[in-house]
Design a protein around this ligand. Structure first.
Ligand SMILES: [Zn+2]
Ligand SMILES: [Zn+2]
Length: 284
């Protein structure tokens, strides 16, 4: 699998809960889901509501669907699309879900939990596809074969969350969401994004909102970061393209375009994630 395409497609870019309405049509309102396609290998980051549209797209192809789904953590916005992921209902399809156990509950039981009968009429076991679970330990490196390696790091988030770095053929894409910066640089995150081609980063807040300026209450301790901190991290790690991600629910399309403009002034190789955006990593 040398020199194959390494493409990153955005299906859900909003944090906390899905939003809709005339002010969200450009950037989108679905919660986190990013497809990383490396040749024939399908890798999915998070199963927020964006995964529903990804599922519908995958269903158009003929043949079995096989993929790996990496869950950062099981807060609703990162898993709530999974019960509606149509390919998981089809026999002979095969998915491996990666994630972390919490509070004496295995990762598998956390994923099953949202589909218990009082919450949802179909249990995870009844879905139809073969679904396997893999418990991830922060810091672990996972070999996915075909030259694809996944590296992980711990995020600063209530209950914890995981950052993922996917590498193939000398290229790397990092998915860093639901993490709060510290007063000094987060060395774990700097190391995991070191030299990466593309970094998708939690920019739920601005610096002003974070500290409680501009009539906002302080967001310290809420588990999210800012675009300004994202820029600092990119510069410290020598990474290339920054994608602003996990947009706050109240942001309109105009708000996001303005944040993107401000961020690009400080760091030109930067874009705010929007649904439908596809980024191809360069071939070296
Ligand atoms: Zn979130
Ligand atoms: Zn979260």
């Amino acid at each position: 699998m040398e020199n194959v395409d390494f493409k990153v497609a955005f299906w859900g870019v909003r944090g906390s809960r899905p939003v809709s309405g005339p002010h969200t049509v450009l950037f989108g309102g679905n919660t986190p889901c990013v497809q990383i396609q490396i040749g024939e290998r399908l890798l999915i980051m998070d199963a927020g509501t964006g995964i529903c549209n990804l599922g519908n797209q995958l269903m158009k192809k003929k043949g079995k669907i096989k993929g790996e789904i990496f869950i950062t953590h099981t807060h609703w916005d990162h898993i709530q699309g999974f019960p509606f992921f149509t390919p998981a209902f089809i026999k002979n399809n095969h998915f491996v879900l990666y994630g972390q156990s919490k509070m004496n509950l295995t990762f598998a039981n956390l994923m099953r939990g949202q589909m218990l009968y009082p919450h949802f009429p179909v249990s995870l076991e009844q879905m139809g596809a073969t679904i396997e679970f893999y418990e991830v330990y922060s810091g672990e490196e996972i070999d996915l074969d075909d030259g694809i390696v996944v590296k992980t790091a711990h995020n600063n988030h209530p209950g914890g969350s995981i950052s993922y770095r996917l590498e193939h053929g000398g290229r790397a894409c990092c998915y860093i969401t639901d993490t709060e910066h510290y007063s000094c640089l987060d060395n774990n995150l700097r190391d995991i994004i070191n030299g990466a081609d593309l970094v998708i980063y939690d920019t739920n807040f601005t610096d002003e909102e974070y500290v409680g300026q501009e009539s906002y209450t302080s967001k310290i301790g809420w588990g999210h970061s800012t675009w300004q901190e994202g820029v600092k991290l990119m510069q410290a790690a020598g990474a290339r393209k920054l994608v602003l991600f996990h947009h706050a629910t109240h942001r309109t399309d105009n708000d996001l375009a303005e944040i993107e403009r401000k961020a690009q002034k400080q760091y030109p190789n930067c874009v705010a994630a929007r649904e439908g955006m596809v980024i191809s990593l360069p071939v070296y």
